[in-house]
Write a protein that binds this ligand. Structure first.
Ligand code: SAM
Ligand code: SF4
Length: 324
Protein backbone atom coordinates (compact mmCIF):
# COMPACT_ATOMS: atom_id res chain seq x y z
CA UNK A 1 0.00 0.00 0.00
CA UNK A 2 0.97 3.64 -0.31
CA UNK A 3 1.50 5.77 2.80
CA UNK A 4 0.39 9.37 3.14
CA UNK A 5 3.75 10.57 1.79
CA UNK A 6 3.27 8.59 -1.42
CA UNK A 7 5.76 5.81 -0.59
CA UNK A 8 4.95 2.24 -1.56
CA UNK A 9 5.30 0.12 1.59
CA UNK A 10 5.92 -3.50 0.65
CA UNK A 11 8.57 -4.78 3.06
CA UNK A 12 8.20 -5.84 6.69
CA UNK A 13 11.04 -6.75 9.03
CA UNK A 14 9.67 -9.23 11.53
CA UNK A 15 11.53 -9.72 14.80
CA UNK A 16 10.70 -13.16 16.15
CA UNK A 17 12.66 -12.89 19.40
CA UNK A 18 14.43 -10.33 21.58
CA UNK A 19 16.87 -12.99 22.66
CA UNK A 20 20.32 -13.58 21.26
CA UNK A 21 23.24 -15.91 21.80
CA UNK A 22 25.61 -12.93 21.39
CA UNK A 23 25.98 -9.59 23.13
CA UNK A 24 27.22 -7.17 20.48
CA UNK A 25 28.41 -4.04 22.24
CA UNK A 26 26.38 -1.61 20.09
CA UNK A 27 23.23 -3.72 19.94
CA UNK A 28 22.58 -5.76 23.05
CA UNK A 29 25.21 -5.22 25.72
CA UNK A 30 25.64 -7.58 28.68
CA UNK A 31 23.09 -7.35 31.48
CA UNK A 32 19.96 -7.09 29.35
CA UNK A 33 16.93 -8.61 31.02
CA UNK A 34 15.26 -11.44 29.12
CA UNK A 35 11.72 -10.80 27.94
CA UNK A 36 9.39 -13.53 29.12
CA UNK A 37 8.28 -15.89 26.33
CA UNK A 38 4.66 -15.18 27.29
CA UNK A 39 5.12 -11.63 25.97
CA UNK A 40 6.52 -12.79 22.64
CA UNK A 41 4.12 -13.31 19.73
CA UNK A 42 3.33 -16.94 19.04
CA UNK A 43 4.15 -18.29 15.60
CA UNK A 44 0.43 -18.48 14.96
CA UNK A 45 0.05 -14.74 15.60
CA UNK A 46 3.16 -13.91 13.58
CA UNK A 47 1.82 -15.86 10.60
CA UNK A 48 -1.58 -14.20 10.94
CA UNK A 49 -0.02 -10.71 10.98
CA UNK A 50 2.06 -11.57 7.89
CA UNK A 51 -1.04 -12.90 6.10
CA UNK A 52 -3.13 -9.83 6.90
CA UNK A 53 -0.21 -7.55 5.94
CA UNK A 54 0.11 -9.39 2.64
CA UNK A 55 -3.51 -8.35 1.92
CA UNK A 56 -2.27 -4.76 2.24
CA UNK A 57 0.57 -5.26 -0.22
CA UNK A 58 3.43 -6.39 2.01
CA UNK A 59 5.17 -8.86 -0.28
CA UNK A 60 8.62 -9.22 1.29
CA UNK A 61 9.39 -10.36 4.80
CA UNK A 62 12.71 -10.31 6.62
CA UNK A 63 12.95 -12.60 9.64
CA UNK A 64 15.19 -11.00 12.25
CA UNK A 65 15.62 -10.53 16.00
CA UNK A 66 17.52 -10.78 18.34
CA UNK A 67 18.93 -13.89 16.80
CA UNK A 68 16.16 -15.70 14.89
CA UNK A 69 17.79 -19.14 15.15
CA UNK A 70 17.75 -19.13 18.97
CA UNK A 71 13.97 -19.52 18.71
CA UNK A 72 12.96 -23.13 18.22
CA UNK A 73 11.11 -23.85 15.00
CA UNK A 74 12.41 -20.79 13.13
CA UNK A 75 12.67 -22.78 9.88
CA UNK A 76 9.05 -23.99 10.22
CA UNK A 77 7.96 -20.39 10.62
CA UNK A 78 9.88 -19.38 7.50
CA UNK A 79 8.25 -22.23 5.59
CA UNK A 80 4.76 -21.12 6.70
CA UNK A 81 5.36 -17.47 5.80
CA UNK A 82 6.73 -18.51 2.39
CA UNK A 83 3.40 -20.26 1.75
CA UNK A 84 1.25 -17.14 2.33
CA UNK A 85 -0.48 -15.83 -0.80
CA UNK A 86 1.07 -12.53 -1.82
CA UNK A 87 4.38 -13.07 -0.03
CA UNK A 88 7.00 -13.13 -2.75
CA UNK A 89 10.19 -13.16 -0.71
CA UNK A 90 11.26 -14.32 2.72
CA UNK A 91 14.82 -13.64 3.85
CA UNK A 92 16.58 -13.93 7.21
CA UNK A 93 19.27 -11.98 9.06
CA UNK A 94 21.54 -13.91 11.41
CA UNK A 95 24.82 -13.71 13.28
CA UNK A 96 25.74 -17.04 11.68
CA UNK A 97 26.70 -18.77 14.94
CA UNK A 98 24.36 -21.74 14.40
CA UNK A 99 23.34 -21.23 10.79
CA UNK A 100 25.32 -24.16 9.41
CA UNK A 101 22.83 -26.54 11.07
CA UNK A 102 19.96 -25.04 9.09
CA UNK A 103 21.42 -24.38 5.63
CA UNK A 104 20.06 -27.57 4.04
CA UNK A 105 16.59 -26.98 5.45
CA UNK A 106 16.60 -23.33 4.37
CA UNK A 107 17.68 -24.35 0.90
CA UNK A 108 14.85 -26.88 0.80
CA UNK A 109 12.34 -24.23 1.90
CA UNK A 110 13.55 -21.98 -0.90
CA UNK A 111 14.64 -19.10 1.32
CA UNK A 112 15.22 -16.02 -0.84
CA UNK A 113 18.29 -14.75 0.93
CA UNK A 114 20.44 -14.90 4.05
CA UNK A 115 22.21 -11.88 5.56
CA UNK A 116 25.05 -12.73 7.91
CA UNK A 117 26.57 -10.15 10.25
CA UNK A 118 30.35 -9.96 10.49
CA UNK A 119 32.28 -7.00 11.90
CA UNK A 120 35.81 -8.41 12.08
CA UNK A 121 38.02 -11.23 10.81
CA UNK A 122 40.08 -11.37 13.98
CA UNK A 123 38.89 -14.09 16.41
CA UNK A 124 39.76 -12.05 19.53
CA UNK A 125 38.12 -8.91 18.24
CA UNK A 126 35.11 -11.00 17.22
CA UNK A 127 34.79 -12.32 20.75
CA UNK A 128 35.21 -8.80 22.13
CA UNK A 129 32.58 -7.10 19.94
CA UNK A 130 30.04 -9.94 20.21
CA UNK A 131 30.68 -10.61 23.90
CA UNK A 132 30.96 -14.36 23.39
CA UNK A 133 30.93 -15.34 19.70
CA UNK A 134 33.26 -17.63 17.77
CA UNK A 135 34.48 -16.21 14.49
CA UNK A 136 35.04 -19.64 12.93
CA UNK A 137 31.35 -20.53 13.21
CA UNK A 138 30.23 -17.40 11.39
CA UNK A 139 32.90 -17.81 8.71
CA UNK A 140 31.83 -21.43 8.14
CA UNK A 141 28.21 -20.30 7.81
CA UNK A 142 29.14 -17.66 5.26
CA UNK A 143 31.05 -20.21 3.17
CA UNK A 144 28.28 -22.81 3.37
CA UNK A 145 25.55 -20.33 2.59
CA UNK A 146 27.44 -18.86 -0.38
CA UNK A 147 28.34 -22.30 -1.73
CA UNK A 148 24.77 -23.57 -1.33
CA UNK A 149 23.66 -21.07 -3.95
CA UNK A 150 21.41 -19.16 -1.53
CA UNK A 151 21.67 -15.41 -2.13
CA UNK A 152 24.08 -14.44 0.66
CA UNK A 153 25.02 -11.03 1.99
CA UNK A 154 27.45 -10.02 4.69
CA UNK A 155 26.49 -7.06 6.90
CA UNK A 156 29.34 -5.09 8.47
CA UNK A 157 29.08 -2.10 10.78
CA UNK A 158 32.31 -0.08 10.42
CA UNK A 159 33.55 1.37 13.70
CA UNK A 160 36.44 3.73 14.17
CA UNK A 161 39.30 2.24 16.16
CA UNK A 162 37.76 -1.23 15.94
CA UNK A 163 37.55 -2.52 12.37
CA UNK A 164 38.63 0.46 10.26
CA UNK A 165 41.86 -1.39 9.48
CA UNK A 166 39.95 -4.45 8.17
CA UNK A 167 37.57 -2.86 5.68
CA UNK A 168 39.29 -4.17 2.54
CA UNK A 169 39.83 -7.64 4.04
CA UNK A 170 36.12 -7.93 4.85
CA UNK A 171 35.14 -6.49 1.45
CA UNK A 172 37.37 -9.07 -0.23
CA UNK A 173 34.93 -11.81 0.89
CA UNK A 174 32.49 -10.42 -1.68
CA UNK A 175 34.86 -11.24 -4.53
CA UNK A 176 36.05 -14.50 -2.99
CA UNK A 177 32.53 -15.93 -2.77
CA UNK A 178 30.71 -13.88 -5.41
CA UNK A 179 28.31 -12.43 -2.83
CA UNK A 180 27.47 -8.95 -1.50
CA UNK A 181 29.27 -7.33 1.42
CA UNK A 182 27.35 -4.35 2.78
CA UNK A 183 28.64 -1.63 5.05
CA UNK A 184 25.97 -0.27 7.38
CA UNK A 185 26.61 3.04 9.08
CA UNK A 186 26.30 2.76 12.84
CA UNK A 187 23.00 4.34 13.91
CA UNK A 188 22.43 6.08 17.25
CA UNK A 189 19.89 3.51 18.38
CA UNK A 190 19.95 1.77 21.75
CA UNK A 191 23.43 1.05 23.02
CA UNK A 192 25.27 2.44 20.00
CA UNK A 193 27.59 5.40 20.24
CA UNK A 194 27.24 6.73 16.71
CA UNK A 195 30.28 8.94 17.31
CA UNK A 196 32.41 5.85 16.67
CA UNK A 197 30.77 5.08 13.32
CA UNK A 198 32.58 5.58 10.03
CA UNK A 199 30.84 7.18 7.10
CA UNK A 200 30.38 5.16 3.96
CA UNK A 201 32.12 7.94 2.04
CA UNK A 202 35.29 7.08 4.01
CA UNK A 203 34.76 3.37 3.36
CA UNK A 204 34.40 3.85 -0.39
CA UNK A 205 37.60 5.93 -0.46
CA UNK A 206 39.46 3.16 1.37
CA UNK A 207 38.13 0.49 -0.99
CA UNK A 208 38.99 2.50 -4.10
CA UNK A 209 42.64 2.61 -3.01
CA UNK A 210 42.66 -1.17 -3.35
CA UNK A 211 40.19 -1.60 -6.24
CA UNK A 212 40.35 1.43 -8.51
CA UNK A 213 37.96 -0.31 -10.91
CA UNK A 214 35.04 -0.17 -8.45
CA UNK A 215 32.11 1.38 -10.27
CA UNK A 216 28.52 2.18 -9.32
CA UNK A 217 26.13 -0.70 -10.00
CA UNK A 218 22.59 0.48 -10.76
CA UNK A 219 21.01 -2.97 -10.54
CA UNK A 220 18.66 -3.80 -7.66
CA UNK A 221 20.25 -6.25 -5.18
CA UNK A 222 17.68 -6.39 -2.41
CA UNK A 223 14.82 -4.83 -0.48
CA UNK A 224 16.27 -1.63 0.63
CA UNK A 225 18.32 1.47 0.46
CA UNK A 226 21.76 -0.01 -0.20
CA UNK A 227 23.75 1.54 -3.04
CA UNK A 228 26.02 -0.98 -4.77
CA UNK A 229 29.43 -0.98 -6.44
CA UNK A 230 31.00 -3.72 -8.53
CA UNK A 231 34.17 -4.52 -10.44
CA UNK A 232 33.99 -5.22 -14.15
CA UNK A 233 34.06 -8.94 -14.83
CA UNK A 234 34.26 -9.89 -11.14
CA UNK A 235 31.40 -11.56 -9.28
CA UNK A 236 30.30 -10.02 -5.98
CA UNK A 237 29.25 -6.54 -4.94
CA UNK A 238 29.91 -3.95 -2.27
CA UNK A 239 26.84 -2.28 -0.78
CA UNK A 240 26.53 0.83 1.33
CA UNK A 241 23.65 1.54 3.66
CA UNK A 242 24.26 5.16 4.54
CA UNK A 243 21.72 5.55 7.29
CA UNK A 244 23.45 8.61 8.69
CA UNK A 245 25.07 10.37 5.75
CA UNK A 246 22.68 9.50 2.97
CA UNK A 247 19.15 10.02 4.22
CA UNK A 248 16.94 7.70 2.21
CA UNK A 249 13.63 8.28 4.00
CA UNK A 250 11.97 9.54 0.80
CA UNK A 251 12.29 6.03 -0.65
CA UNK A 252 11.68 4.05 2.54
CA UNK A 253 9.54 0.99 1.77
CA UNK A 254 9.47 -0.74 5.14
CA UNK A 255 7.84 -1.20 8.52
CA UNK A 256 8.95 -3.30 11.46
CA UNK A 257 7.14 -5.72 13.71
CA UNK A 258 8.70 -6.21 17.15
CA UNK A 259 8.63 -9.62 18.76
CA UNK A 260 6.16 -8.24 21.31
CA UNK A 261 3.62 -7.33 18.66
CA UNK A 262 4.27 -3.67 18.08
CA UNK A 263 4.18 -2.37 14.55
CA UNK A 264 6.85 0.25 14.14
CA UNK A 265 6.60 2.43 11.07
CA UNK A 266 10.02 4.10 11.46
CA UNK A 267 13.18 2.69 13.05
CA UNK A 268 14.02 6.02 14.59
CA UNK A 269 10.79 6.91 16.39
CA UNK A 270 9.43 5.10 19.41
CA UNK A 271 5.91 5.57 18.03
CA UNK A 272 4.29 2.16 17.63
CA UNK A 273 0.89 0.53 17.13
CA UNK A 274 0.34 -2.24 19.62
CA UNK A 275 -1.25 -5.07 17.64
CA UNK A 276 -1.89 -7.28 20.71
CA UNK A 277 -5.47 -6.02 21.35
CA UNK A 278 -6.26 -6.44 17.64
CA UNK A 279 -5.13 -10.07 17.68
CA UNK A 280 -8.25 -10.80 19.75
CA UNK A 281 -10.43 -9.26 17.04
CA UNK A 282 -11.35 -10.05 13.44
CA UNK A 283 -8.94 -10.00 10.50
CA UNK A 284 -10.82 -6.94 9.28
CA UNK A 285 -9.99 -4.99 12.47
CA UNK A 286 -6.39 -6.20 12.55
CA UNK A 287 -5.96 -5.18 8.90
CA UNK A 288 -7.44 -1.75 9.66
CA UNK A 289 -4.97 -1.20 12.52
CA UNK A 290 -2.02 -2.21 10.32
CA UNK A 291 -3.26 -0.01 7.47
CA UNK A 292 -3.51 3.02 9.77
CA UNK A 293 -0.04 2.44 11.20
CA UNK A 294 1.47 2.22 7.71
CA UNK A 295 -0.49 5.23 6.49
CA UNK A 296 0.91 7.36 9.32
CA UNK A 297 4.55 6.39 8.81
CA UNK A 298 6.69 9.46 9.65
CA UNK A 299 8.11 11.34 6.71
CA UNK A 300 11.73 11.08 7.84
CA UNK A 301 13.97 10.03 10.69
CA UNK A 302 15.89 12.80 12.34
CA UNK A 303 19.19 11.56 13.58
CA UNK A 304 21.76 14.10 12.63
CA UNK A 305 25.03 13.12 11.00
CA UNK A 306 26.77 13.49 14.34
CA UNK A 307 24.48 10.90 15.81
CA UNK A 308 22.54 13.34 17.97
CA UNK A 309 18.93 12.32 18.39
CA UNK A 310 16.66 15.06 17.16
CA UNK A 311 13.23 14.39 18.66
CA UNK A 312 11.66 13.86 22.08
CA UNK A 313 10.02 10.67 20.87
CA UNK A 314 13.27 9.26 19.44
CA UNK A 315 13.68 5.48 19.84
CA UNK A 316 15.12 4.48 23.21
CA UNK A 317 14.99 0.69 22.82
CA UNK A 318 17.92 -1.52 21.88
CA UNK A 319 18.39 -2.62 18.28
CA UNK A 320 17.93 -6.24 19.38
CA UNK A 321 14.47 -5.27 20.67
CA UNK A 322 13.47 -3.49 17.48
CA UNK A 323 14.70 -6.02 14.99
CA UNK A 324 17.66 -4.31 13.35
N1 SAM B 1 21.12 -11.24 15.20
C1 SAM B 1 21.00 -10.99 13.82
C2 SAM B 1 22.26 -10.39 13.26
O1 SAM B 1 23.16 -10.04 14.02
O2 SAM B 1 22.33 -10.28 12.03
C3 SAM B 1 19.80 -10.15 13.44
C4 SAM B 1 19.46 -8.96 14.28
S1 SAM B 1 20.66 -7.68 14.27
C5 SAM B 1 19.84 -6.47 15.30
C6 SAM B 1 20.53 -7.07 12.62
C7 SAM B 1 21.64 -6.15 12.17
O3 SAM B 1 21.56 -4.92 12.87
C8 SAM B 1 23.06 -6.66 12.40
O4 SAM B 1 23.74 -6.68 11.15
C9 SAM B 1 23.69 -5.62 13.31
O5 SAM B 1 25.06 -5.42 13.05
C10 SAM B 1 22.86 -4.40 12.98
N2 SAM B 1 22.87 -3.39 14.04
C11 SAM B 1 22.63 -3.53 15.34
N3 SAM B 1 22.72 -2.35 15.99
C12 SAM B 1 23.03 -1.42 15.04
C13 SAM B 1 23.24 0.00 15.05
N4 SAM B 1 23.15 0.70 16.16
N5 SAM B 1 23.55 0.62 13.89
C14 SAM B 1 23.62 -0.09 12.72
N6 SAM B 1 23.41 -1.42 12.64
C15 SAM B 1 23.13 -2.07 13.79
FE1 SF4 C 1 22.58 -10.37 18.66
FE2 SF4 C 1 22.53 -9.55 16.13
FE3 SF4 C 1 22.36 -7.78 18.12
FE4 SF4 C 1 24.66 -9.03 17.76
S1 SF4 C 1 23.67 -7.64 16.29
S2 SF4 C 1 23.60 -8.75 19.74
S3 SF4 C 1 24.00 -10.97 17.05
S4 SF4 C 1 20.87 -9.30 17.66
Amino acid sequence: MTDKHGRKIEYMRVSITDRCDLRCKYCMPEGIEKVSMSKILTYEDLIRICRVSADLGISRIKITGGEPFVRLGCCDLIRSIKAIDGIEQVTVTTNGQTLERYIDELKDIGIDGINISLDTLDPEKFRYITGRGELEKTLRSIKLSAESGIKTKINTVPQRGFNDDEITDIAELAFRYGIDVRFIELMPVGAADAGTGLSNVEILETLRKKWSDLEADGSVHGNGPAVYYKRAGVKGGIGFISAMHGKFCAYCNRVRLTSQGQLKPCLYYDTVTDLIPFLKRSDYELRKAIREAIMNKPEAHCFSETGKKGADNAEHRLMSQIGG
